[in-house]
Design a protein around this ligand. Sequence first.
Ligand SMILES: Cc1ncc(COP(=O)(O)O)c(C=O)c1O
Length: 485
Amino acid sequence: MKIPIDRQAVKPVYLQIRDRFSRLIRSGSLKTGDRLPSIRSLAKNIQVNKLTVIEAYNVLEADGLIHARPGAGYFVNSESLISTSPKSNFAPVQEVIIPQQKSVSFFDIYQLSVQAKSQPGVIDFSTGFPISSGLQDLQRHARRAMKQVTESLFNYDFPQGQLVLRQQIAKMLIQLGLEVSAEDLIITNGSKQGLSLVMNYYLQAGDWIVTESPTYYGTLDIIENIGARIIGIPMQGSGMNLELLEQYLKSHRPKLIYTVSTLQNPTGITTALQHRQQLLALAEKYQCLILEDNAYEGLNFEPVPSPIKSLDRSDSVIYTGTFSKTLMPGLRVGYLLATGKHYRPLLEQKLFHDLHVSTVSQAIVSEYLASGHYRHHLNHLRASNLCSRNAMLQALERYFPEEATWTVPNGGLFLWVQLPQETSMVSIARQAWSKNVFIYPGMPFFPGHKGYNALRLNFSHAPEAIDRGMAILGKLLKEHLVKIG
Ligand SMILES: Cc1ncc(COP(=O)(O)O)c(C=O)c1O
């Protein structure tokens, strides 16, 4: 069998294999019951690693196109099982939120999520933690990294972080379409610190800032602590509502727009290139800085447009990224990309806050990147998350009330479910916790807790756990809706 592979393409090889088989099956060239080439023979034939073929077959299985028969191989499913690509029915009310008072309790939510994560037997749909598997080799790299940094542990380091790591990150970002060098980067304690440094430098109490609504509650917390005032522009299926954004840019002259352009937290939405161009044009027109947060970079199932920062020719965009979602949140390694006039003041902010990021954490990430395993690790994560996302979508169809609508993210860790306004989310969350299913009502993602009823569901779990947890949750929701009539 011939499968043309483009090794220079942005699309990972396992997805190229998946797409080829998908076309062959959907066009009828491969028919119900046909056997796919064995993993070993296909890997040899197209000269790829066997793990790459396994990932492609896992994704085809998650797409409902093939199934495995133990000991016999992979076979094409009957036509009735072959579904079309899932579509989102997400279309929330377009209401701008301007909260009047401080409301976010990030501390409580954070405590709860760390607790939930450590409880045995809990199916935790609530948190932003990535799946923690397949990282045994990281321990090996950590030992090697420790040997290399022994000397430097007795010294302080530069605030911008280690040059080797910045060079490695610059290389990764160039592949995303960004024009960047190590001199434009500052290593931060997770991207949360990057967000905090930027906001604390550019915002003062009383200033206006635009965020998406809903958005990452950690950012809302930073803004509220500064005392800046939030304009929450509603998310649509295509991203932040740009018409409403322009009205508020004109009337309120905010200093900053905060956006998660790719695999947004909590909706999972990725904006198209045209949306990015328009957003940047608006920011330039109204002389407003954009803070682009790309925390879920690398977790996309299909290619995504280059970041807004790649279109920026006027230093209107500051960009943050992190290894928290792809490697380990506990390492606390993120980065800020700040060009031109923004670099020096932000570097001074970094020095002012905590001098620099732990040299050990930096060395571990650096060693891991140097090993060349990162790319493979990302492919593994994406394939596993895609299977989990599909399991979550199937469970939503099967168990959730028909009034529910949801997003269909093209990667990341979450999807966002909108529920009828009369649902008591707190009561549902309590009942679900008592049955060992952990969810958190969606309110904290809205400025001032003022949005519609929703749930962010983390799908990075084994499909079997997703099915079990979602069956419990769906039953509770249906019973609740019947009760309140
Ligand atoms: C959108 C977004 N930005 C930033 C962060 C913070 O991540 P880090 O661990 O890098 O500080 C998160 C974590 O959930 C997030 O979802």
